[in-house]
Design a protein around this ligand. Sequence first.
Ligand code: URA
Length: 434
Amino acid sequence: MNILDIIAKKRDNQKLNKQEIEYFIKEYTLGNITDYQAAALVMAIYINGMDFEEITHLTIAMAESGDKVDLSSIGKCVVDKHSTGGVGDKITIILSPIIAAIGIPVAKMSGRGLGYTGGTADKLESIPGYKVEIDEKEFINNVKEIGISLITQTKSIAPADKKIYALRDSINCVDSMPLIASSIMSKKIASGADKIVLDVTVGNGAFMKNKEDATELSKIMIEIGKRSSKETICILTNMDEPLGNTVGNTLEVIEAIQFLKGEMSDDIKDIILEIGSYMLKLSGKYEDLEEGKKIILETLNNGKAFEKFVELVKKQGGDITNIYNTEKFKKAKYILPVFAQANGYISKIPAEEIGKISCFLGAGRMKKDDTIDYSVGITLNEKVGNLVQKGDVIGYIHSNDREKGIKAVEKMSKIIEISKDKIEKNNTIISVLL
Ligand code: URA
């Protein structure tokens, strides 16, 4: 077998067999296939797709490219949550301590930013001292001791995905159904959770732009979950506009802390309650979804979720004085207002464009080795459907470079659309697939 034949086969839109897929994953992980050969194959997969059988082989080969985490010593059912990617998505940071405070263990490995979407691991690293790279032993010990650990994938978890993920990012091949399904499910299979709730984002800022594609992706991931004995539920959520009111690492962590302290925006609250109640149901602790939602709200309102977050940050080496007093986080040098350009209803805050502006300011990586500027990003004062007057401040650009900040303000002013007609607010939860 050789990689040139495999590339040619997929280039010519033929189906790859199990051995060919396993060969590619094994040899690429070992470094025996070059990045440019892998890029050619990934591009061919992006263009010609894969059928369900190929996707399953790819997922399993990627899951088996490294170690598998054994969470059985935790002694309880571990339910994981993962998002297909979005802009302003701080759900994991908020939901994980809620679930842990309810008594369900959270052993979660999160990714870094991909394309214009942010990554939970990068966001957590914006908390001074917080270590996302700890070894598996410490990870499991933390879960046993305080019921929660949030880290990034250890090097030995699905290393093939790590390489392919970075490659896809650098050749603009992220938004591909077989590549997303195999990337997510290989990590979930390798990282040891018993059951999985997937937040499948849909819309302008998501990799799946419409409900039909998101539904197809969900069905593939649910079926892979079934075949791997990991019950999987997909919740389709709206990603036409950014989630909540901030985009950018530190800004999002501050918003998450404020949420945990009771300042809850409607769209984030909808998602927390929906995904959270399904996690509680899968754990077997609260079968009834409405009861689960009630418990989640109680855990937020009585401060237990916030306390659990403080405990988590402390355990992972973070400076908790920043959590108690968010003024301590390093701020960007320039905080520049963005003004409404007309009277009317906000009709569009395009999440993808906002994500790209945030990356342009330095909140994401253009190349895989770029360093992130945690303090930069965007604050949004308004949501789609809100009524504004020309000249109102509808948001802020946070930048450490004045020229870049001014350019970002110009871009933001152009892409936020305002309509004379009344506009309905976006529906946050689109559907649930079991
Ligand atoms: N999240 C992942 O882990 N992988 C993808 O491909 C997209 C989102």
